[in-house]
Structure formats: structure tokens, C-alpha cells
Design a binder for this molecule. Sequence first.
Ligand code: UDX
Length: 419
Amino acid sequence: MAELGHEVIGIDVDPVRIESLQKGIAPFHEPGLDALLRENSSRLTFTRDMSAAADASVHFVAVGTPQSADGSVDMTYVNGAIEGIVPYLSKGDLVVGKSTVPVGSAERLSAHVTPTGALLMWNPEFLREGFAVEDTLSPDRLVYGIPEGTHGETATSILDDVYAGILAKDTPRLVMNFATAELVKVAANSFLATKISFINAMAEIADVTGANVTQLADAIGCDTRIGRRFLNAGIGFGGGCLPKDIRGFVARAEELGVGEALSFLKVVDDINMRRRARVLDVLTEELGSLAGNTIAVWGISFKPDSDDIRDSPALDIAESLARSGATVISADPEGWKPAQARVERAGLEAALSTTSDHRTAVTGADALVIATEWKVFQDENPTTIGELMSQRIVVDGRNCIDSRAWKAAGFRYRGMGRS
Ligand code: UDX
């Protein structure tokens, strides 16, 4: 928003986050974000004081909506943020919901906002971690969920002013009612999750038939109706969005009495979770047993160029290996930092250690699992790595390395749906 030329006040309840932002440092790893914070520092202030919102006319609510124990969406933070902001709203203000919420939430929250004379709209965001800056400043589309009638027109024109710089680039802008806008977000993530689980189901078939899932994806992806993107088979999807969004969507559909419509998403989730178990099975086949072996895992964060370890398949696999009696060393250029505390909380620090250096991790290891496709891992020289290891076994959990080069360096190569 500051890059688009606006004066921005960022409010959060977390003192550590605010302190870091006040110093111009993003509290997480996101390429390009620190530079933007520096360049726009004159238009940016950060505070824990909610009353600072009184100075603004447009209020974005972008707090998290984590998964509750029963799989439904935990709305505590959204409800709290709306409740917190209401005393500081003035007539003519606009509240813009960005958070991913169960369908029906905007309608409900609108009843709290409109008595102040302010308007509420829902404007879901579709940014990918690792590409957050690019996706925010040059999105594929803008989605506006607006109230009915003239209020909707007023809200649309205020947000058009806010996004003038983006709209000038001919970015598609789709205007719809609250329910549709809320559904667009979860439908998009459900579709992406389904695409990944589809190709992972093909990987299961490929493993027992000798087919190669990467070549299969290349071939079906040539059909423009299918498309090649998001057809990378491997250990499946993780992160703070896809897994919890499909579960939250299923829970909401069940509440609405149409659970059957989304029963396929439970299968998508099951296929996804089976991928993690598959890595342990392959290692057991190769090593005879997991207990007593030392296993290096390259990757901790759920995807490259991120330090996010929420629902990370890489970390989940490392923890399962440690629980199975293996000694595990996990390496990740960024994810090693947040992982340390989680490993301690899980009581696994004796069996699972973390490092930023992937070469340290493989030294003396009996097998290597590549669980997150950081470029630095893909660029590694297999001969050098082989010389550091006790046994040359590599499980390519992301089908991301050159299998021929690794085999030529003496490795037993096991891919996910390809050999
Ligand atoms: C996702 C959506 O892409 C984004 O639009 C939404 O706003 C938030 O959720 P993100 O969580 O950053 O973004 O990650 P994404 O790039 O979608 O990847 C999700 C997971 O799927 C990762 O664990 C990734 O490794 C996995 N993945 C992705 C695959 O396993 N195969 C693929 O082909 C693509």
C-alpha cells in the first residue's frame, strides 16, 4: 500500500513483530519485502495502538484465520480485529476484509460495522509466499465482494482509488456479492490442492507400473485446458493456506448441509497426507529399517524462498523419521530458524537437529531426502555430496534433481512416481 503511494499505519498485537517492522525489517523471510519497507519508510508507521486507526479512512483487516481443532476456521482474530476497530470508525470509512473466511462471515460482520456509518467489503488476496511482493503489486485479478445497492457502488469507488496504480495496468477487477467473493478464495485454493493431489495419485500409479509421472505431467500439461502448472508430484502441499483452507471449506459445507458436494476434498487431503508416509516407506525399503540410521533431510520450510514451517511436509517427515528411531539432520537456508523452537516443543531435540548448511547435514548420513526444492539444493554437485555420505541413497521428494547425474555419481535414486 505504501509502494502504491498511500500513507499506511500497520497495527498488530504482537510486540516483537511491531518492533521489527519499526526497524524496517520484515518479521519473516519474503524476497523483496525488506527493500520495499526501506524505500517506503516515510509513508509507513507501525504500532500496537488500535486508536491509531482513527486517522485512517480505509481499514484493511488481514489477520490470520487458522484451523481449529475440529478442522473448521478459527475466526477469533478476525472477530477481534473488527471489534477492536469499530470504536475508531467514522462515517464514510471503508473496512476491507482480506482474510480467508467461511462463506457468510462478511454478511455477519457487516452488522457490526455499518452502525458506525462505515462500509464493509471483502477483497480476498491470492498472494503466494515467496512471490508476495509481485503478487500484491501485479495480481492476476482483484476480487471485490460488495454490499447491495449504492453502498456497494461507494465501496467499489473507494477501493478503485486505493488500487488505482494496479488497475492502471489493466488488471481484471471482478465485482460480486459477499458470498461469491468469499467462495472465490477457497474455491481457488481447493482447485489448486485438487490439481496437486491428482498428479500425486498418478504418482502412486506410476510407482507400481514403472511409468514416469514427470513425463506424464509434461504430456497432459501440453493440453491448454489442463496446463502444466501445479502438476509437480512429490511429497504434497503444505503451508498456512492450502491444507487448512480445504478443511475449513469442508467444515463450512457440512454446516450448510451440503457436505457431500465437497466430499472429494477429503480424498484430496488423504492423498496429500499419504505422500509423507510414502517417503518413510521408500527409506525403509532402501535401508531395511529407519531405526539406527542417520538421515539428512534437505528442506524444512513448506516451500522454497520462505521460512514458513506451518504444516510443512518437510518438517513433518523429519519428525516422523526421528520418532521412528532415526537420527535426523534437517537443513534449510531459512526454515532452520523457526524450526528449532518447534523441535524442542515436540521433545525431539535429541533425535532431530537443524542447520542452515545442507552439506553439514549430509556428512556421515546413510540417506538423503530432498523435501523442499530450494535452488541451492538442486544446483548441488552429486559427486561432492556422495563423498560426504556414508551411503549413497537419495529420495527426491520433489522430483527436482537430475536423476541421471545423481545415478552417475553412484547414488541409488528414488523419486516420487519416477525412478
Ligand atoms: C497458496 C496459493 O497458491 C495462493 O494463491 C493463496 O493466496 C495462498 O495459498 P502458498 O501457500 O504460498 O499459496 O503456496 P503454493 O505456491 O500454492 O504452494 C502450496 C504447496 O503446494 C507447497 O507446499 C508446494 O510445495 C506444493 N506444490 C505446489 C506441489 O506439491 N506441487 C505443485 O505442483 C505446486
